[in-house]
Design a protein around this ligand. Sequence first.
Ligand code: GDP
Ligand code: ZN
Length: 302
Amino acid sequence: MTPDNQKIRCSLRGKFKKQFSLKKDKLHTLDVAAVGDFVKVDLSNDGTGAISEIEDRKNHLSRKAIKMKGASFRGERFEQVIASNVDNLFIVSSIVKPEFNNKVIDRIIVAGESSRLNTFIIINKVDIDSGNEAGLWEELYTSIGYKVFLTSAKSKIGIEDLRNEIHGKVNLFWGSSGVGKSSILNELFPDLELETGDISESSYKGKHTTVTSILNKVDDETYVIDTPGIREIDPYGIKKEDLGHYFIDFTPFFPDCRFNTCTHYHEPGCAVVDAVEKGEIDELRYESYLNILDTIEDDMNF
Ligand code: GDP
Ligand code: ZN
């Protein structure tokens, strides 16, 4: 995309392909260029372009690619870049239909924190939240330090607050299937004309391995990245001993753990476990932590 919002179909210059294949064993990454990269493009007469330079990234959000044939050695997993140079990550969920799942939210928060993104939580469908459960989750995540937006795309609640937060930034929207991500984006920016409902589901079936982030310029200074094909994000490159750093409600307790290599699980004298017992850390967050800790592979290559 050019600064004046023109889209140009681009290929990569041969030098990247060569460099990439040479480095492949060390890089453990699947993509050379990603959505959000700033690139230099040489234009051809036919209107297409060739990428000749890719600028260094401020940050990038990625996930573990699925295990691949030919990813030869033990435990090797590749990194799949979802987008780069992102300011804000909006984690979209719904309170019901589908049911709010804090474990999923916590996993995406880890992805956001480890990529140094400003992370926000949207809880949608408050119009059908008869017991005001969304308010309880809002309280939990607000107490940790996350800004929570309670929204209804249907009743047009919370949409304007969201618009103010988005303005002037590069914003990535992630949400699991059916939570109303497309409905919210359409409400914010009708020109996007995203598919909603059952249609959007069926058209992405069978494409689990493709990363399909789409960058949209919504006004002069604001970008929205939609991730329609990406339903799961298993954060890439996180070691067991580092996971705790991405739980910002745990970090104040770390200095009091007896061992500085503490993984806050089985070690004696763990200040995090102590804080959970005293109710200073929410038990649900600690359960999420153990859950993710358990899925980190011991034999990753980083
Ligand atoms: P996506 O898969 O996250 O993009 O979800 P969609 O935007 O396609 O919405 C999934 C379904 O939820 C559709 O049938 C929408 O009409 C419905 N939906 C979206 N937002 C709301 C909301 O705020 N309230 C209610 N009651 N339904 C909603
Ligand atoms: Zn500890």
